[in-house]
Design a protein around this ligand. Sequence first.
Ligand SMILES: Cc1ncc(COP(=O)(O)O)c(C=O)c1O
Length: 391
Amino acid sequence: MIPYGKHYIDEDDIQAVVDVLRGGSLTQGPAIEEFENAFSKYVGTKYAVAVSSCTAGLHLAAMAAGMGPEDTLITSPITFVASANAGLYAGGNVAFADIDPTTINMDPAALAASLDSNPTTKVVVPVHFAGLPCEMDTIKSICDRAGAAVIEDAAHALGATYKNGMRVGSCCYSLMTVFSLHPVKIIAAGEGGVITTNDDAIYRRLLRLRSHGINKGNDQFICTDQAFTGLELNPWYYEMQELGYHYRITDIQCALAQSQLAKIDKFLFKRRKIVEFYHDNIYKLNNTISAQPRQQIGQSAHHLFVIRINFSGIGINRSHLMSLLREKHIIAQVHYIPIPMHPYYRLLGNTIDKFPNAQSYYKECLSIPVYFSLDKGDQDYVLDTLSEILK
Ligand SMILES: Cc1ncc(COP(=O)(O)O)c(C=O)c1O
């Protein structure tokens, strides 16, 4: 089978995990901080906090940005539900800003309109769809004017760069950026996520929230009478200072992630090559275009390659196409069902007709395979098979 995405593990990765298993700590040990340091160095930010998933990271980021029951989080309708759910977990509401049909990223003009109609917005979550960075300079200035914090959902975008050449995750346009280490993403840890920030207070809060809300490092104690005997710190003492979660990651996962991070240049290079090949040959596919522009190839991390097929007039629908591909051992996927269309979000009063660009994109999109070990033969096979079916 040729899936739409897949991890790649080599002997160094296996050895890195074995070393942790043979060594001391399985969790709360040194591999976590080592990975966090390597990650923050790579993306160019002051701090990185590794957590159990990107979903957990988005939740903590929304809390750390001060999101509460009176507040709204705005995100794109075309993303995985986790980007929006963070706002609900933090007790607030969620609203959407339609996509730009040429990039599938949040349209800054739609964001400005959504902020006008949602004056309680505290947090905006732009999603770097398929790994292509959003127009962050414009989004940041719109959010600054509205007093909203920016949390980038970079689940797809590890290794991507903005127009200014800085890496996604450097937080040059945001308060925090959140990544995923799920196996279909750019690097894999099994499960896992990373939050990056340049803000000292946010960093310290994230460390507490990741582990039950218990004070960490040199956090001040609230009950000093309990914390000290005379001037001496009581060795057993810790304080839960707010309601946090158990969103920790293990040393096993971080050892794997760090070993994967060491290979990121070659992962990105191969993804880019595959995407270039698809762009060069997409003309062979009847009624089909690439969902994102070729001229931005250099900026994207290429987590996905999405094609848009105009199904009207070619005598086949998407469901049938996907079944035929599966018969030929190719597993395509749809990214994503627009969030306002999910029953839960419909019950909250959302409707898709307010987001016409997301609606038309959803009717046409299909993600075709892109991952490190997809060789030239597989790439030819994917395109030839598609071309044959869409004829
Ligand atoms: C855009 C986006 N955000 C968030 C997530 C959640 O990531 P995780 O599975 O690490 O929680 C995903 C996962 O697919 C995603 O695609």
